[in-house]
Design a protein around this ligand. Structure first.
Ligand code: TXA
Ligand code: MG
Length: 292
């Protein structure tokens, strides 16, 4: 990575395609490898809060959230520090930066040794479901990486919760750190703005397999692959015991797996919307092409 190579990196959420956040050529190579539009900025990953404070400005709310949830699946969008090493391209030219301290031991070891901030978008090609195991990550963008670290299956399975703390606190992307957990610490969260400058990643269609996706299906049609939820004997049951954590951890791998069988569509059972269900339903709506 010091020589400018890209690394497939396991985190507790999803696999990332990682590189030096301070080097515009490296960041350009990441956009290229993913086929990602350059207006969509990347998250800078660091080993701890002290390293995060070198790239972004923390207020009281940010410090509270960081102390409670880092290392872990929470990303904070903050104003950039005066001498932030994160290059312009990584931030898509914004005067803000998304920062996260991942909890996976392999990610932590790499970040601690590397020292500086590391951009790591999910290792999928742009628009596709994020990879949640080593094989899927290598299949997506392995060809662009100089090295790939196998950290096993990702524990969470959904990308980090993204909270912007610029004016009002806003939830830009729901995740496994839930709205309720965040509001308990810093008060009510405003909705993400439609403003493309503030929520650049919310516009494009996302997380999509090749097959069309149908939601809230109790009984699938012939020829459809069915992602079930709750008791029953199905090839792809997100959670026979109706456990949202288990469903989140399996979601992207099952979408990919079902897609490989070339179904006429992927039908998905109704998933409750509370707690972690907010993030699961957010990803499902995007996979189905309903962009919020
Ligand atoms: O769990 C994760 O966050 C994974 C792992 C690998 O760490 N990474 C990830 O990165 O999901 P990516 O690039 O796929 O998603 C980053 C999200 C995008 O929706 C992007 O628009 C948003 O964060 N983002 C990044 N910088 C931002 C900024 N300055 N303002 C608003 N949104 C920002
Ligand atoms: Mg992504």
């Amino acid at each position: 990575m010091r020589a400018g190579g890209l690394v497939i990196l396991p985190t507790e959420t999803v696999y990332g395609l990682a590189g030096d956040a301070s080097d515009p050529a490296v960041v350009a190579a990441i956009f290229e490898a993913k086929g990602r539009p350059r207006f969509n900025p990347l998250i800078s990953h660091v080993a701890d809060l002290a390293a995060a404070e070198k790239i972004a400005i923390f207020d009281d709310r940010a410090r509270k959230l960081a102390e409670r949830f880092w290392p872990g699946p929470l990303t904070l969008v903050l104003p950039i520090a005066p001498d932030t090493p994160v290059c312009d391209l990584a931030r898509a030219g914004l005067d803000t930066v998304a920062v996260r301290v991942p909890g996976h031991p392999m990610a932590h070891a790499l970040l601690a040794r590397f020292g500086g901030p590391v951009v790591a978008p999910s290792a999928n090609r742009s628009g596709r479901p994020s990879p949640t195991n080593f094989a899927d990550a290598v299949e997506e963008t392995g060809v662009s990486a100089a090295a790939a670290l196998d950290g096993g299956p990702c524990e969470v399975g959904l990308e980090s919760t993204v909270v912007a703390l610029l004016d009002e606190a806003r939830l830009l992307r729901p995740g496994s750190v839930t709205r309720a957990e965040i509001e308990a610490l810093i008060g009510p969260l405003a909705e993400a703005e439609a403003d493309a400058k503030r929520s650049p990643g919310r516009l494009a269609r996302h997380y999509s397999p090749k097959a069309p996706v149908r939601l809230n299906v109790e009984t699938p049609e012939p020829g459809e692959a069915y992602l079930a939820f709750g008791p029953g004997d199905h090839r792809w049951n997100l959670s026979p015991s109706s456990d949202l954590r288990e469903a989140a951890a399996r979601l992207f791998a099952y979408l990919r797996d079902a897609d490989r069988t070339d179904p006429i569509a992927i039908a998905v059972a109704p998933i409750p919307g509370h707690g972690l269900g907010e993030a699961i339903n957010d990803r499902l709506k995007r996979a189905a092409g309903f962009v919020g």
